[in-house]
Design a protein around this ligand. Structure first.
Ligand code: GLY
Length: 311
């Protein structure tokens, strides 16, 4: 089958001022990973490459540009999964590395464990040759503004608050199928503005933020972390596909089901094992992009599917 990679740049009440940056960055991430797949790269390499692009871009809440905890610090999380053997790697409470997703990938390949946090993640990363960066170098002005906005209202997951400053969520993720039919998923986040120090959300928790199974498909999620993890959103979507739903219907059913049950919003991107695409979000906006048959397909508004030539 033709390789494919689908990316998202986070669900939330994204202000108009940030729409263009998120669309541009999502398309860039899809293009980087698409070229890698076309050159024979694996799905695992492709999803890491897509997420690395977005971790470098302050348009997204991951890597540089991550939102801040109550102490004004970055604490990042990431996970990655390979659908051929259900191998996983995840990190949480990462403060001073540029690319948490690359450390998560090394946990998958080089660690007997699945999820490493805080000092343990740092020790592992240093052992594997990752270089630290000053934590302040990961903080953007937008993240500072978002924390100040949060301190005015102190409510998580309320989409009607903070339209001028995307303060809550905005995780990034990618799902890919390579030319061998292997599926991989990667997800990375700074979490939520104003989160407690040491708070761990859905993103590093396999089945919540990320899931991949070559026999069914792959999913990356974004949105209100505490709701996503209670609903095991990524795994719920995979289970609905396993039960016979197509990727689009499974994604919509589970995202809307979570929102109805827990009264918070989320989004998800899904590929079925045959390459069907599912994109759905219950938040105001979520950027997403993929490339197929020489064309970009992308969007950020509800119901929007834009397309243009990919060169
Ligand atoms: N989904 C990102 C978070 O809540 O941590």
């Amino acid at each position: 089958m033709d390789p494919i990679v689908l990316v998202h740049g986070g669900a939330g009440d994204i202000p108009d001022s940030r729409v263009a940056g998120k669309l541009r960055g999502s398309k860039m991430a899809a293009a980087r990973a698409h070229r890698l797949l076309q050159a024979g790269g694996s799905a695992l390499e492709a999803v890491e490459a897509a997420v690395v692009v977005m971790e470098e871009d302050e348009s997204f809440n991951a890597g540089y540009g991550s939102v801040l905890n109550l102490r004004g610090e970055v604490e990042m999380e990431a996970s990655i999964m390979r659908g051929s053997d259900l191998a996983v790697g995840a990190v949480t409470l990462v403060k001073d590395f540029k690319h948490p997703i690359s450390i998560a990938h090394r946990v998958l390949t080089d660690s007997p464990h699945s999820l490493l946090g805080a000092e343990g993640a740092k020790i592992f990363a240093l052992e594997k040759g990752f270089k630290t960066v000053p934590p302040e170098s990961l903080i953007s002005q937008n993240a500072r503004d978002a924390l100040n906005k949060f301190l005015e209202h102190r409510e998580f997951g309320r989409t009607e608050i903070g339209a001028e400053h995307e303060g809550g969520v905005g995780t990034v993720g990618a799902v890919a199928i390579d030319s061998t039919g292997s599926i991989a998923v990667a997800t990375s986040t700074g979490g939520m503005s104003g989160k407690a120090v040491g708070r761990i959300g859905d993103t590093p928790q396999i089945g919540s933020g990320t899931y991949a199974d070559d026999g069914v498909g792959g999913v990356s999620t974004t949105g209100h972390g505490e709701s996503i993890l209670k609903y095991c959103l990524a795994h719920s979507i995979v289970k609905l596909m396993e039960g016979g739903l197509d990727a689009g219907t499974a994604t919509k059913t589970a995202v809307n089901g979570m929102t109805k049950r827990l009264n918070n919003t989320a989004g998800a991107i899904t590929l079925s094992k045959s390459g069907q695409v599912g994109v759905h979000f219950s938040s105001k906006r979520m950027s997403w992009a993929y490339i197929r048959d020489g064309k970009y397909y992308y969007g950020i508004e509800q119901g929007e599917v834009l397309s243009e030539k990919f060169e």
